[in-house]
Design a protein around this ligand. Structure first.
Ligand SMILES: Cc1cc2nc3c(=O)[nH]c(=O)nc-3n(C[C@H](O)[C@H](O)[C@H](O)COP(=O)(O)O)c2cc1C
Length: 361
């Protein structure tokens, strides 16, 4: 169903999609099925490759292509073991969009240029944005403090217009705190060219997120998240539960982190000999990478098993605006209609003002 009129922004032109709505890569959630559902609904889905090895990434890309002929992307958190190999596969498969974070991406930009693909770099401040543009980013995913998982220090309300003013030539996808048509309209006014919605798309009928977890998010308000760096090493926002409060309260011992990280790598089918060289060559970042790996057990408990009480669930402040579990199709149509409605309503306010001031004059 593609009822709402298409809109034209720099992002819809760049990514060749109907609506300026992006599904970001979310481990265990942005699967080929959800990616294709969002792309088929007129947005752009980004496949999460965090839990995948190179073979699985190739299979997943091909699975997306069997479900949609629309544009889509893959995500690569370059700091993590295996991410580089997954990005190589995406280039070989000529995936139209690659979304990178936490790493040097010049070689990916070059690879994409060879077939006309797009590099979308996730950033949380002006310094990172500058570096990403220097490295060849075609567009920025600007992620505010409200976001699920790894948003920055500054809220979207300030970060988006600030970076839009700093980098007027670069299209922006605003992420963090967007979940409805008002948010889309607001983001466009702030200077964005599209929005990415993680929390909102995660709570749809098409999403593989566990049903009990979807329901817990529907019940949660905007204040029921916590933000801290003790969970996976990078400041992250998660659903506030007894378990997550405990996890965030203090940093675990290094030995526990390393042990859990290797356990997680093994579960993902990554042999230690493959993980170790990456860790040793990035010694300064080793602690973060290990803590990231160590967090996977708690994440999958909530995300895959639906055990919100014992697991830890990434979720944004937009949980307070998520009150139902619609299909991706219905959600996309609702958002586009609402954005059009509120934009027209607000434009009328200015027309009325012109009318009044003309009469006074
Ligand atoms: C359930 C869930 C899982 C996520 N997993 C990841 C992840 O694995 N890697 C990542 O870079 N971001 C992850 N994110 C963050 C999103 O990519 C995105 O930045 C964020 O959802 C945007 O903010 P929003 O939730 O307010 O829409 C996740 C978000 C959610 C809601």
């Amino acid at each position: 169903m593609l009822g709402a009129p298409a809109i034209n922004t720099r992002i819809t032109a760049l990514l060749k999609c109907r609506y300026p709505l992006v599904l970001p890569g979310m481990s265990w959630i942005s699967t080929p099925e959800l990616v294709a559902a969002v792309s088929n609904a007129g947005g752009v889905g980004i496949l999460a490759t965090g839990p995948l090895n190179a073979t699985q990434t190739r299979e997943s890309i091909r699975r997306v292509r069997s479900l949609t002929d629309k544009p889509f992307g893959i995500g690569a958190t370059l700091l993590m073991p295996g991410a580089r190999e997954n990005a190589v596969v995406a280039l070989e498969e000529e995936v139209p969009l690659i979304n990178v974070s936490l790493g040097k991406a010049e070689w990916i930009a070059e690879g994409l240029q060879a077939y006309g693909g797009t590099l979308l770099s996730t950033v949380t401040n002006a310094k990172h944005a500058e570096a990403a543009i220097q490295a060849g980013a075609d567009a920025l995913m600007v992620t505010g403090h409200e976001a699920a998982a790894h948003g920055g220090d500054v809220t979207s309300l300030v970060l988006v217009p600030s970076l839009a003013a700093h980098f007027p030539e670069t299209p922006i996808v605003a992420a963090g705190g967007f979940a409805n048509g008002r948010g889309l309209a607001g983001a466009l006014v702030l200077g964005a060219d599209a929005i990415a919605m993680g929390s909102r798309f995660a709570v749809t009928k098409d999403s593989p997120l566990a049903q009990a977890t979807k329901e817990a998010i529907v019940d949660a308000g905007e204040s029921e998240t916590i933000y801290g760096k003790n969970f996976d090493g990078i400041p992250a926002r998660v659903l506030r539960t007894t378990a997550s409060q405990k996890v965030m309260a203090r940093r675990p011992f290094l030995a526990t982190i390393v042990f859990r990280a290797f356990q997680a790598a093994q579960k993902l089918g990554m042999p230690i000999w493959k993980v170790l060289p990456g860790l040793l060559t990035q010694w300064d970042k080793m602690f973060i990478v290990a803590q990231f790996g160590a967090a996977t057990e708690a994440i999958t408990k909530a995300t895959v098993d639906g055990n919100v009480a014992e697991g830890v669930q990434f979720i944004g402040q937009s949980a307070g605006m998520i009150n139902d579990i619609p299909s991706v199709d219905d959600l996309v149509q609702r958002i586009m209609e609402e954005a059009r409605h509120v934009s027209t309503e607000k434009a009328c306010l200015f027309e009325e003002l012109d009318f009044v001031s003309n009469r006074v004059a």
